[in-house]
Ligand binder design. Sequence first.
Ligand code: ADP
Ligand code: ZN
Length: 740
Amino acid sequence: QDSHSLFGALFDTPASKRVVPVLVPLPVPEAYSYAVPEGMAVEAGSVVQVPIGPRQHIGVVWDEPEVRDNQKALDPKKLRAIDQVFDCPPLTKDMREFIEWVSAYTLSPPGLVARMAIRAPAALEPEPMIEALRFTGGEPDRVTPARQRVLQTLEDDIPWTRSGLAHAAGVSLSVVDGLVKQGLFETVFLPPPPVVAVPDPDYVAPRIDGPQKQAASELVEAVQTAGFSASLIDGVTGSGKTEVYFEAIAEALRLGKQVLILLPEIALTSSFLERFQDRFGAKPAEWHSDLAPRMREKVWRGVVTGEVRVVAGARSALFLPFEELGLIVVDEEHDPAYKQEDRIFYNARDMAVVRARIGKFPIVLVSATPSVESQVNGQSGRYHVVHLPTRFGDAAMPDLHLVDMRRHPPAKGGFLSPVMLRAIGKTIEKKEQALLFLNRRGYAPLTLCRVCGHRFQCPQCSSWLVEHRFRNQIQCHQCGYSEKTPEACPECGTFDHLVACGPGVERIAEEVERHFPDARTIVMSSDLLGGVKRMRLELEAIAKGEADIVIGTQLVAKGHNFPLMTLVGIVDADLGLANGDPRAAERTFQLLSQVTGRAGRTGLKSYGLLQTYQPQHPVMQAIASGDASAFYEREIGEREKALLPPFGRLASIIVSADTRLDAETHARGLRNAAPKMSGVTVLGPAEAPLAIVRGRHRFRLLVHGRRNSDMQGFLRAMLSSGPKARGSVQVQLDVDPQSF
Ligand code: ADP
Ligand code: ZN
C-alpha cells in the first residue's frame, strides 16, 4: 500500500535485474530509468504506470530495453520500479520514431509530444462486456399478460439486455426480474458495440469519370505501390477533389490499411461525414477537441486496436497511435488552422508528411489553393501533382469582379457599395442566396470617444476592444476580456459620444437589414452562436435555402456546399493585406479564392464581387483574372529572391515576462548567446507584433537561415548557452512560424 510514497517502490519491488527508459508526459528532456519488477513483461512501446515523486504517471517504455549502455551501469536496486503495465497494444516503433522526430524538429520535450499520443489509464481499460439474458426455455409458474408479452418478444434465440427486453415488451423491469428468478434465462456476455460501423470500400461503385477518374487512378496506383509517396491534388473549388481522394481511401481499405483524413475545421464538417457515409456506407470516426471525453476514449481505443478503420480529424488526430496506418489525406492543406501555436508549435500538414515517410506509406495533400511550399514541392517533383482544372458537372466558376471603392463609394455611414447592394437585390429577387464575407467578428473593430479621442484598449493586452452590439459588450479578441459597453467615456466623462470605427459582421448585418428588411439574414460568426451544434444546424439551414443573405466570417469560407449560393460579396478584400507579413499575399489569395468558391457549385450562374481600394494589387488581379498560376509564379519568385520559406528557413523566439524590462533583457541575452554559424542570422530582439498579451510583455527574435542550414542545431546551442528562463520569463520557440 505504501507504493505511492516516495520510497515505497524501493522496498516493495523484489530484486529485479532489468532497467528500461520510460518516457513520461512531462516537460523533461529525456526518458527516466526504471527497474522492471521480476516477472513483469515489458517491451519497447509498452504503456506503463510509474512513480515520480509522490505521484503516479502514465508513461511509455522507450527505446529497445537493454540497448542503452549507460543504463546497464545503473543499479536496478537503486531505481524505482514500474508499477503496472497496461493491457493495450504497445506504441509502434514508427510512432516512437515519429514522436522523437517531432520533438527534435520543434525542440519540444519528447514527453510533451508523447502526451498527444497516449491517454489516461481509463481509456486503456477494455470496454466492459454487456450483460445480457438468453432464454433457455421452460414455463413460468404463472402466466400473466405482462409475462406473456415478454415471452412473445423472446421469439428468437437472441439475447437481450434486461432493460432492453423490458422496454421492447413494454413491461416494468420487475416483470423481467420475476422471470429471471424462475430460472428461465441464462446470463451471457456480449461484446460492446463498435464505436463506428466499418466502412466498406465497395459500398457503392466509384462515382467518377473523365478527369476525376484519371486523377483517381494515379492516386490509387500510389496507394498500391509500397513505400512513401506524396501527391498533391490541385483542383479548383468544386472540381470534385473529395470524390477523387475517396478512391484512394477505398483502395487503402481494400489493402487492409487504416486511413486518417485531416480536416482544418472538423467541427463544421458534418456534411463531409455524410458524404463519406454515402460512399462507404458508414461514417468515419471523428477526432477533435469538441468530442465528449467518453467518445474520445472509445475512438482512441478503437484506433489502437484496429477496430476503427478511418478517422476524420483535426490536427491532433495526427498523433493517434494507429496500428496499421496506410494513408493520410490532408484536405485544405494550405489552411492556417493546421498550425498549432500552443505549447508544441507544429504544422500538422508538414508533420503528416513526416509520419507518412517514417511509416513508408502514401500521403495525399488536397487544395484549391495549395500553399507556396507545396507548389514548390510539386514543381521540383518531390510531390506528384494531380490537376483538376474545371468544376464538376455543369457548374462553372463564378464570374469575379473587382469593385473599385474609390469609384463606387458606399453611402455615408455604410460599407457596401451601391454596386454590391444592387447585386444582392437581384440575387434575392431570383430566390437565390448571397453571402457577404468579412473576416471580423463583432460590430466595430475600434470604439473611440468623439469628444476626447479616447480609444478603448484591453487592460491586459496591446489590442483595442471590439464592440459586440448583440451582446452589449466590448471584448478583447486576444484574451477574451470583456466589459459592458460603457455609456460614458472613462476619460472625459461625456455621455453618448462613442463612435464605432470600421465594420464587423454585426454592423454589416445592420446595413443589410436596413436595405433589405424583408430578407431572411443569418450572421455566422463563432461568438454569436451556441457552439458547434448550433453552427451545424445553421449551416444545414443555409444549405436548405432557409436564408436569403448570409453574413459571415471565415467560418463560412470552408468546404461547405450551399446549392443556392450564387453571389459572394467580399466586404473588404484588402483586409488581410494590411499587416506587414510576407505571407499576407498568399493568405489573402487563398482566403478570397476559397470564399468566392462557395458560389455557383450546382450549375447556377454565379458571381463574386470584391470590394477593394487597391484593384491593381497582384492579389486582386490574380483573383479577378482567375490566373492562379501567374500569381504563384510571382509569389514563388519573390520568396526565392528574399530567401524566404521554402527557400530559406525561419524560426521565431518569443520571450515574454511580467515586465517589459525582463522580457527585453532575456531576449538580448539569448541574442548574445547565438553561436556563429554561416548562413544563419538573428534579427531583433524587437517588440513582438502583439507587444502585450494577458499582461505579459513580449519580445521577439527572428532567426533566418539558408535552406540547408542546421536551424535546430543553432537554436539548441543558443538556448543552452544563453540565460536560463527564471521568474516570470518564458521562452516560446516556433520553428517555421506562420507569420514573420
Ligand atoms: P471540391 O472538394 O473539389 O471542392 P467536391 O468534391 O466537394 O469538390 O465536389 C463538388 C460538388 O460536385 C459536390 O456537390 C459533389 O457532390 C459533386 N461531385 C463531385 N464529383 C462527383 C461525382 N463524380 N459524381 C457526382 N457528384 C460529384
Ligand atoms: Zn486582452
